[in-house]
Design a protein around this ligand. Structure first.
Ligand code: PEP
Ligand code: MG
Length: 325
């Protein structure tokens, strides 16, 4: 079965009735990039940079980061590489960076909140990403955005770094696209406002589900309540996509939901063309795409978006996968 799937690596992801999807990889290292490319990833939809900062004794320098980002950009070639700025806090910690003890780390000092507070560290990373943008199709993305102010503040830092690179005479892509993760409910509710500030959205369903349902994604005891197909989650996803489409910016999904082949009808109905997932999931989702009739899948999804419970949606999507082979 695995060998058969591997034959699909170079096949395009198109439904039986001709709807094309772009399946990209979520990576956190060059090793994972190699795996993603082997499994036919069309670009990198999420480069989790945290892992460059982990397992060391100090922050990585601009040059150290630049070398890795450049290598990834070059290996990927003409396809896009979305590099996400540091997303520590929550469950991810650095030995050399003391984070405060918190009652609710996932609601605390995390991701963009740390970056905006530790400007030197943030600027170093942005400089490295900008420099890499000269060597490939690089985009930059900010995690855990919850307000317009945060986006504006992050973009102001980006501009500062651009000016500094200009005075250092270092080349970078002046048109580098900038986007945000949509993974906090407030961001969904103001998605129309945020869409005016950025070039793209990427929906992070791992955090979005946890924050919408108030269910800690790390807590085993309530894991049975962690429902990606909860109507509240589906409505949030739809709101986000509608906001992006109404101003014409790109929107993709990069949380685990994208790796769940059962979700495919939802993306087809919403008109999401790019899914980013762990390398291991790529061939399975491609196989599902090739075996799906988009017109039929959309009818299933329409029903799902009207369902009152996650159970019904999960059952219907699972049954559909069962039927479509
Ligand atoms: C997400 O929250 O869905 C996501 C892709 O980011 P991470 O899993 O790194 O928090
Ligand atoms: Mg997240």
């Amino acid at each position: 079965k695995r060998e058969q799937l591997e034959l699909l690596a170079t096949v395009e992801a198109v439904t039986k009735d001709g709807v094309s999807l772009r399946l990209a990889g979520n990576i956190s290292s060059v090793k994972e990039l190699n795996m993603a490319l082997k499994y036919g990833a069309e670009g990198v939809g999420l480069f989790r940079t945290e892992f460059l900062y982990m397992d060391r004794s100090s922050f990585p320098t601009e040059d150290e980061q630049f070398e890795v980002y450049k290598l990834v950009a070059e290996k990927v070639g003409k396809e896009t590489v979305v590099i996400r700025t540091l997303d520590i806090g929550g469950d991810k910690h650095l030995d050399y960076f003391q984070l405060p003890e918190e009652q609710n780390p996932f609601l605390g000092y995390r991701a963009i909140r740390i970056s905006l507070d530790r400007k030197d560290m943030f600027k170093t990373q942005i400089a490295a990403i900008l420099r890499a943008s000269h060597y490939g199709n690089v985009r930059m993305m900010f995690p855990m955005i919850s307000s317009v102010e945060e986006v504006q503040a992050a973009k102001a830092v980006l501009n500062e770094v651009k000016n500094e690179l200009d005075s250092r005479g270092i080349p970078y892509n002046r048109e580098m696209k900038v986007g945000i993760m949509i993974e906090v409910p407030a961001a969904v509710m103001i998605a129309d406002l945020l869409a005016e500030e950025v070039d793209f959205f990427s929906i992070g369903t791992n955090d979005l589900v946890q924050y919408v349902l108030a269910v800690d994604r790390m807590n085993e005891q309530i894991a049975h309540m962690y429902h990606p197909y909860h109507p509240g989650v589906l409505r949030m996803i739809r709101m986000t996509v509608d906001a992006a489409h109404s101003v014409g910016i790109d929107v993709s999904v990069c949380g685990e939901m994208a790796a769940d082949e059962r979700s495919l009808p939802l993306w087809l109905e919403l008109g999401i063309g790019v899914l980013s997932m762990s390398p291991q999931a790529l061939l399975k989702v491609k196989h599902r795409t090739l075996n799906t009739l988009a017109s039929e899948a959309r009818e299933i999804a329409k029903v799902c978006f009207r369902n009152r419970t996650s159970t019904e949606t999960e059952e219907q999507l699972s049954a559909y996968v069962g039927r479509s082979g």
